[in-house]
Design a protein around this ligand. Structure first.
Ligand SMILES: [Zn+2]
Length: 217
């Protein structure tokens, strides 16, 4: 099977599809994905030095307004009173805290426009990444049960796994494409001899079994 380089395709789901996919997940799956989003946001902010009005700012929390589409329910707001879908909580080196929307970083705390725009662009990428993940979940991309069990046992043999990988696999969520490719490759290598021996004198693996092994990643 030819393993193609993962493409950085932009995937965007409609609001409805995103919501229905999310609702179909178990509570455990949702919590693993939320943890993943928080990790990504935190890393993203740590990669930038945020200096505005002579202070150093850092991200302490990130909240998504789950009631954005029903304005009569409790909402999240920017420092200026604007209603927000995503609220960022930042503190500076003097211990002051501010809650605000990403588009007002320049206005309220003096982060240079260019830095704020860069942050916004990166956050958009994260959101595309999240849609892509949900899309893969919809298509049931991911490891089959045998591979998942194998990976959990052999996880220490993989270097530099992204921190979410074991949680993702445990909860039957597709890990990152490249990681999944590595796992499938290692699994096949580790189980090839045994399977080959068992099936050598028998009929070939049936079509379904092959499809299972080469399940879309
Ligand atoms: Zn504002």
């Amino acid at each position: 099977m030819q393993v193609t380089k993962p493409k950085t395709k932009k995937v965007s789901l409609t609001k409805q599809r995103r919501a229905e996919t999310w609702q179909r997940l178990t509570k455990e799956q949702q919590s693993v994905i939320q943890k993943h989003i928080h990790y990504q946001q935190t890393s993203l902010f740590m990669n930038h030095e945020l200096i505005g009005h002579g202070r150093h700012w850092s991200l302490v929390a990130f909240h998504e307004n789950m009631n954005f589409d029903s304005p009569s329910s409790p909402q999240l707001y920017c420092d200026c009173g604007r209603r927000l879908k995503y609220q960022y909580v930042l503190t500076n080196n003097l211990g002051e805290e501010i809650k605000l929307g990403i588009t007002h970083f320049a206005d309220h705390i003096g982060i240079p426009e260019a830095v704020a725009r860069q942050l916004q662009a990166e956050i958009h990428q994260l959101n595309f990444g999240l849609d892509e993940l949900l899309q893969r979940i919809r298509r049931h991309a991911g490891l089959n049960q045998e591979m998942r069990n194998w990976f959990i046992i052999h996880q220490d043999e993989f270097d530099d796994l992204p921190p979410n990988t074991v949680d993702f696999v445990t909860q039957n969520l597709p890990p990152e494409r490249e990681i999944q490719t590595d796992i499938v490759r290692a699994y096949k290598k580790a189980t090839y001899v045994k399977k080959d021996h068992v099936h050598r004198k028998k009929t070939k693996l049936n079509k379904k079994a092959w499809q299972e092994i080469f399940r879309e990643i």
